[in-house]
Ligand binder design. Sequence first.
Ligand SMILES: [Zn+2]
Length: 597
Amino acid sequence: MSDRHILTAVAWPYANGPRHIGHVSGFGVPSDVFSRYHRMAGDRVLMVSGTDEHGTPITVAADAEGVSPREIADRNNRVIVDDLQSLGLSYDLFTRTTTANHAAISQEIFLGLLKNGYVFPKTTLGAISPSTGRTLPDRYIEGTCPICGYDGARGDQCDNCGNQLDPVDLINPRSRINGETPRFVEEEHYFLDLPAFTRSLGDWLDSRRGWRPNVLNFAKNLLTDLKPRSYTRDIDWGVAVPLDGWRDRPDKRIYVWFDAVVGYLSASIEWARRSGDDDAWRQWWQTPDSDAYYFMGKDNIVFHAEIWPAQLLGYDGEGDKGGTPGSLGRLNLPTEVVSSEFLTMEGRKFSSSRQVVIYVRDFLARYDADALRYFIAAAGPESQDTDFTWAEFLRRNNDELVAGWGNLVNRTVSMAAKNVGAVPTPGELTDADRALLSATQGAFGPIGELLARNRQKAAATEAMRVVGEANKYLSDQAPWKLKEDPARRDTVLHTALQAVSDCNALLTPFLPHSAQKVHELLGGTGTWSPVPRIEEVTDLDDGSPYPVITGDYGDAQAVWASRPLPSGTPLAPPTPVFKKLDESIVADELRRLEGDE
Ligand SMILES: [Zn+2]
């Protein structure tokens, strides 16, 4: 194992409902392919995330159902945990933002920023209900959006244009409880002094190498107009503000976005505490040889390329006002913000309300996880908006996975099993044999480089090109015609099996479930590519139960290198690795999408 530490920080899915395949194509599959590759290459990966459970949409859903926000969060946390585990996403820890640990770390970051002067109190206008005299939380105020003119905008955000708002910005504000016009009175809130980071954020962005150009340009553009942003909000669901006179107030909380991004750190600390070494997280956050890659869809760039780095710079004392690191010590900034573009669905934007959607769970009820993972990696929205069509999904599955890769595995293993019953012993190699082996062995370098740079589309394409070479070799050498020359036949089959073994390693980051199957078809035993598991745990501080995703990834056999396949390993007749899909699924799925069922 190398000493290189890699933090894979995966965007936190919001716990207001199940996730659809557009979501997991942005943050989920790309972060897992990246982590699996680095683990195979011997790097020490820590992959963390969890459900983001605070904020107004959760409280609105709770109000609508007449239940507590915690009940909504509990229910959706479990659904999301199940879905992400089923996709094989290999989190070291997938937790949630409602843990006591997360609240404590969020408060520590707030206090560190306050100590260095980057969070400051400011008198602002807050809404109260004239009839009760009490604070009216942001979600109970509705009005016309000043940006897009949508009439149902809420006090904290407009669901039509997605902009974050303050209640005082709304045109014709009214209470959603009784329709009265709120009264705005002066009150105190805390603000993050973003302009104090214009220079340090600029220096950090200028020193970045290898980012996707659209992400870097977007992030640099944000710096042209930084304004202080409110760190606390009028809401009764969230992390308490850790100050005297504020701590016990039910109506003031830390703004959900400012606590959600702290989750990368708090989840790393929770992972360390659960591992039995409370300080283990420091190797990923505080050593110079560690790197941190953040994965998300492009709607979250602002929070990962501006807000979170500003919080870290302020905590470290590295903005314009100087300062010293807080009690956790200096924390590393992101190495790269790896943002995907959007996935659309048959030419339309995903929309749960308009039924233009397919949830992960429904997808996995009908198709294999690896088929979806492969589509996302090979044809997903890596650097431009991309359309998911069922016809293309069917084509990728049937032509590339079944007829390409699956067929190579099946033909090779079944001929060896039938003729020899084991991995044959090769004789002298011909030029053609050596050419194929040098192609498969030579692919680890370039494909590994592409995966390290998150060029996953190119990496998947290149791996499949190597599979194509192996298929061509098999057709050219035609071992089924070599009945009279068993020595040559065995050499061809051994060469082809070695190529299958190499290709299987190259495809393991994309296809962990089928890679395990292929490992076993080649006579391997034990864990080749580990799958994550769900574990029921209790909160380390307050004892409440919740499920986490975790796993033992360190003792897997998969390595990023060609490994010689030992002659004589017994082989049994193979079963198909991938399922061929019937063309009728396209019409069936389109009918479901139209809601005709
Ligand atoms: Zn709007």
